[in-house]
Design a binder for this molecule. Structure first.
Ligand SMILES: *[C@@H]1O[C@H](CO)[C@@H](O)[C@H](O)[C@H]1NC(C)=O
Ligand SMILES: *[C@@H]1O[C@H](CO)[C@@H](O)[C@H](O)[C@H]1NC(C)=O
Ligand SMILES: *[C@@H]1O[C@H](CO)[C@@H](O)[C@H](O)[C@H]1NC(C)=O
Ligand SMILES: *[C@@H]1O[C@H](CO)[C@@H](O)[C@H](O)[C@H]1NC(C)=O
Ligand SMILES: *[C@@H]1O[C@H](CO)[C@@H](O)[C@H](O)[C@H]1NC(C)=O
Ligand SMILES: *[C@@H]1O[C@H](CO)[C@@H](O)[C@H](O)[C@H]1NC(C)=O
Length: 372
């Protein structure tokens, strides 16, 4: 009896503490609602692509299972579930973005202009660099032009557009990886790519941001590149017996350094933009450090595999450059628990990895957006 009497208030106190903790946690699990965004516009490549590519190229497997398996819906997203932009839209209290090229899309609260495989620079620039373009003529500037064409659906002149875009979040990137990947495929050296391509890719991103600001954007997040040297695709492409080529995580050191080099240049250029546009919030989306936080807390977060794709034909990194053996093709197996993998396929994050990456990014972006 005495025991029960003691137990009872303890339980109450415990419940109360739990309530406080839950409350603290929910205000601590920082979300973007404080910013009161009413729309999000996303530009970029497959990392943020919600279904444009399957409209352009129905042959792509992103619109059928196992793509989307973790959310029970295959929408065209190159993942087993949600992308970072989906978590970001949810955090802002907005519906998930729909793809620009799908005539059935609802654009009331934003548009996703991203397309898989897209480069930052134009096809003409790629050709000038002696790089045969990919299957698409799309590029970052093409997406910015799409946005320009879309503007008259809701505003009439610059002042009006600026007013209407006051509560819009603009997400630029990831973008640039495909430019570099095409050059890797041409056997160009990292030195060559650093000297010739990085300045051009960064300048194209900056020019696109300027254009978007000229349309009225005031809150812009420009995302860098991540450790692509950890992806099953690059690891398979540059597989070597030289152990010095790899870091402690089994990633390709020189390639990760290269992507960091791109990011440093982008950050310097963004600093210049901030001086030019002091009234615009221009934020660097630090996806490299977001992924680093997964690498640093790997097992704690429940991950078991970094460099192997969850969905793939087998081999060291569970990936093959043979398209017929790619994720989504007949007979290509899927791991039993995608949440234990960082990469879903060649270079795209799993639903679970995207969740952690977006949480990190949101926490990092919020103070810079100065919404509260
Ligand atoms: C589009 O989405 C908005 C809210 O996000 C909703 O109010 C509206 O009914 C939708 N329109 C259509 C045609 O589905
Ligand atoms: C890309 O552009 C070139 C020239 O501008 C054109 O010849 C080609 O058909 C285009 N390709 C696609 C897939 O649109
Ligand atoms: C790149 O190198 C590989 C292997 O040495 C070779 O097979 C391929 O033809 C080269 N590609 C180009 C575009 O030079
Ligand atoms: C690495 O070594 C193995 C065994 O010696 C060999 O079969 C393989 O081709 C080598 N791989 C590369 C990329 O050099
Ligand atoms: C991950 O590791 C970093 C140290 O690299 C630490 O600061 C951070 O709090 C950790 N995050 C989580 C979610 O455990
Ligand atoms: C990779 O591919 C194999 C089939 O070869 C599959 O059974 C497995 O679940 C995939 N994942 C890993 C990490 O091996």
């Amino acid at each position: 009896m005495a025991y029960a009497k003691v137990q009872c208030p303890c339980f109450l106190i415990f419940s109360y503490l739990l309530l406080i903790l839950v409350h603290l946690n929910s205000s601590d699990a920082q979300d973007l609602k404080a910013c009161k965004f009413n729309t999000i516009y996303q530009f970029g490549d497959s990392i943020s692509e919600t279904g444009n590519a399957i409209i352009e190229f129905p042959i792509l497997p992103y619109g059928r299972f196992p793509y989307g398996m973790s959310v029970k819906e295959a929408t065209g997203r190159p993942s087993d579930g949600w992308l970072m932009i989906d978590y970001i839209a949810q955090s802002a209290g907005l519906p998930l973005l729909e793809p620009y090229e799908n005539p059935n899309s609802n654009f009331t609260q934003g548009v996703d202009f991203s397309v898989a495989g897209v480069t930052a620079v134009s096809v003409d620039t790629l050709i000038k660099w002696d790089i045969p373009p990919f299957v698409t003529n799309n590029s970052l500037m093409v997406q910015v032009d799409w946005f320009n064409k879309y503007l008259p659906t809701f505003c009439t002149n610059v002042a009006d557009c600026q007013e209407k875009l006051k509560s819009s979040l603009f997400m630029i990137g990831t973008i640039g990886f495909n430019d570099y990947n095409l050059a890797f495929g041409q056997n160009k050296t990292l030195e060559e790519i650093k000297n010739i391509m990085v300045p051009g890719v960064v300048q194209t991103i900056i020019d696109s941001v300027k254009k978007i600001i000229s349309f009225g954007a005031t809150q812009v997040v420009v995302t860098g590149t991540f450790q692509m040297g950890c992806t099953p695709g690059l690891l398979t492409m540059f597989s070597t017996n030289t152990s010095a080529a790899y870091d402690a995580h089994g990633c390709l050191k020189d390639y990760n350094d290269f992507f960091m080099y791109h990011n440093s240049h982008l950050q310097v250029a963004l600093e210049g933009l901030r001086k030019e546009y002091p009234n615009t919030h221009i934020i660097y989306g630090d996806i490299y450090n977001a992924l680093q936080s997964i690498l640093d807390n790997f097992s704690k977060l429940g991950f078991k595999s970094l460099t192997q794709a969850c969905c793939g034909i087998g081999g060291k990194y569970n990936y093959s450059h043979d398209r017929a053996q790619g994720c989504g093709q007949a007979g290509v197996p899927v791991c039993s628990n995608p949440a234990e993998y960082v990469f879903w396929d060649v270079a795209h994050f799993t639903h679970q990895a995207n969740k952690y990456l977006s949480e990190w990014l949101i926490k990092n972006m919020l103070p810079q957006l100065q919404c509260a």
